[in-house]
Design a binder for this molecule. Structure first.
Ligand SMILES: Cc1ncc(COP(=O)(O)O)c(C=O)c1O
Length: 383
């Protein structure tokens, strides 16, 4: 045996966020603002649907692309909620958005292909792309307040560009793309014909009246793949349920590899998902909106610069004033001030001047966590 493991896997690291969170969770009395999931429990009506599915013996292998009734429900839901027109044959049920994203990369990428992703970016994309032996081409969007500069985007395009990943609202910034950013992406995608993978997992947690989306550019329909999840809006992170939408010939190839990855998605979660899509996440959205406003006010009081998020439950304030890298800052915060924050460097090199704070934690924890951060900042400034 020359090499014991797959070279790509050997080079991949375990998630930095998880290991850092685990490490600092051992600090006694620490308040965690690292979690990327709602503190709320799944609604009872959704749990009841799961119990009913069990009692009705939905305990066998489900179809590999998902139950027809769930795919029908998704088609109706996307039409009604977002004005999207997809056929049931263009839907694949996935294990959260995660297995969907993996299947998209595996189905589309050949070694040497390039994937463009604006930085800072969600942590799971890069390892999946590396596994496919494709190249990640990223560009820093911080100087544009996390919007897309068309010239910077164009500079990343090459004959090898296969996919552009778009995450709006974004993790870790919470920012949403403006119409100008979306139009710039659409122009370049149309010109070069690459796929646009739209990771829409936070699109029901938006604090604007209107979310500009790439989907309005219907001329790109055949190039667009949507990754969606019930994890965040319905507090269903543990149910592992999501879906992909895409044009038939594209989704067919993706479904092929996804089938061998997962066989099928929990039949119980699928039945619960049908009930979930009938519930309204606006109550939690309003709670998050208030928490976001509270945190932004506190940052202002602290004099900590932060681009105001318009979606998701993250804030990405800038800490460059303190001349520490983000990991050193977060270690100090955890061990000396007992508040757990996520180092921005995990979202790309350019994120090293920032920290990610999640306001999906309990309200009292958010308040106390920000008090502790304020104390640290005061001490660092010497006042
Ligand atoms: C941008 C983004 N995409 C996808 C996911 C994956 O979530 P899930 O697999 O639970 O749907 C997450 C989770 O944090 C995320 O932030």
């Amino acid at each position: 045996m020359k090499e014991r493991f797959n070279r790509q896997v050997t080079n991949i690291q375990f998630s930095g966020i998880r290991s850092f969170s685990e490490e600092v969770s051992k600090v006694e009395g620490i308040i965690s603002m690292t979690i990327g999931e709602p503190e709320f429990a799944t609604e009872q009506i959704i749990k009841d649907a799961a119990i009913e599915a069990l009692n009705r013996d939905f305990t066998h292998y489900p179809p590999s692309v998902g139950f027809l009734d769930l795919r029908r429900k998704i088609v109706e839901f996307e039409k009604e909620k977002h004005g999207l027109t997809y056929d049931v044959s263009e839907v694949v049920i996935t294990n959260g958005a995660t297995s969907g994203l993996a299947a998209v990369f595996m189905a589309l990428l050949n070694p040497g292909d390039e994937v463009i992703i604006p930085e800072p970016m969600y942590v799971a994309y890069a390892p999946m792309i590396a596994y496919c032996q494709a190249k990640l081409v990223s560009f820093d969007t911080s100087s544009e307040d996390y919007q897309i500069d068309e010239a910077k985007l164009r500079a990343c395009v090459s004959e090898h560009t296969k996919i552009l990943v778009l995450t709006s609202p974004n993790n870790p910034t919470g920012c949403v793309y403006t119409q100008e950013s979306i139009d710039a992406i659409a122009r370049v995608a149309k010109e070069y014909g690459f796929f646009v993978l739209s990771d829409d997992v936070y699109n029901q947690l938006v604090y604007l009246d209107h979310l500009p989306t790439i989907h309005d550019h219907t001329e790109l329909r055949d190039q667009i793949i949507i990754a969606q999840s019930l994890s965040k809006p319905y507090a269903m992170t543990g149910w592992r349920i999501g879906y992909l939408l895409g044009e038939t010939s594209v989704i067919r190839e993706i479904a092929k590899i996804h089938q061998y990855l997962v066989t099928g998605i929990s039949s119980i979660s699928q039945k619960a998902a049908i009930a979930a899509l009938d519930t309204d996440p606006s109550t939690v959205r309003e709670i998050y909106r208030r928490r976001k406003a509270f945190a932004m006010k506190r940052f202002q009081e602290m004099g900590l610069p932060c681009v105001e998020p318009q979606g998701a439950f993250y804030l990405f304030p800038n800490i460059s004033e303190f001349k520490m890298d983000s990991l050193a800052f977060c270690r100090k915060a955890a061990y000396e001030y007992k508040v757990a924050l996520v180092p921005g460097v995990y979202f790309g090199k350019s994120g090293d001047t920032n920290i990610r704070i999640s306001f999906a934690c309990k309200e009292e924890e958010l308040k106390e966590g920000l008090n502790r951060l304020e104390k640290m900042i005061r001490d660092l400034r010497g006042n």
